[in-house]
Design a protein. Sequence first.
Length: 299
Amino acid sequence: MTPPWRAASRDDLHTYYTESFPAHIDALPSFITEVGPKEYAIAFHEAYPVRKQGAPDRTFIRWETCQTNKSGDQLAEQFDSVDELIEFIQYPARHDPLQGSNYALADPDLLEHPEPRPDAVYYALDHWERSWVLAVDIDAKDIAAQRAASGAELTAESTDSVDSDQLRETNIVDSAPEGYPYAFADIEQALEYGFAVQEIFEDDFAATETMVVYSGQGCHVYLLDTDHKHRYDEQSREVINDLLLEEYEIPIDPVVTADRRRVMRLPYSLHVDVSRIVQPIESPDFDFRTEAIPSFFST
């Protein structure tokens, strides 16, 4: 029986990140280390209190992997080991990088509030040891919105104007998986587009290091070459966005490619909305319904 397409519970998240996730650390792509990306970040489903009375609760925390001076120069590494990174992901309130500050997350032992679990785990595309990582985000909901727009001209803004009523009128919301703003066919199409982008990178940009990652509700495509000719600045990334959107008509999120400050889902983290594991894949035939299954479904 195929495990259901559903949101993960708090218990599911605890089980995954304490029992399954650590075994995947060695499989992370080589550029993702405890001190490579400039930041790691964790999002929570519900805001969690901070120590300072009256300060707003937090739904998102970042951990810079290196201390810096006022000029942004690298000083000292923040994580002493990959185990510290894992502990930060598993128990973010207990390992908040703001420990010692009034704005750190409150001690869960002193509250009746449930201890926060990672609703999503991210890493920064900006990097200490290599150039800014080039990534393309292709989301099933944007493909569904493109269909609902009845073939309207594809631009960076066109899919944003499609609302839930239009999706329901075209039976997208009511198609499997019910209640989501896309159909399974849209995820399949996203994977097809992902490998098309990989081929474009290899054929048009002479890239030799590329990767496609199933993201839970679509895919991420990476161009990872680090030689000088592949160090794309903001202007050249805008050209890449225009090429993919306008010439190849692939509905990407252009902000992800062009914004140096963006974070991406960490491979082998859990996409909580669908209970599927984010992971590199080798073919558009990857069956996300049965091959990205966390172990908590078996129990």
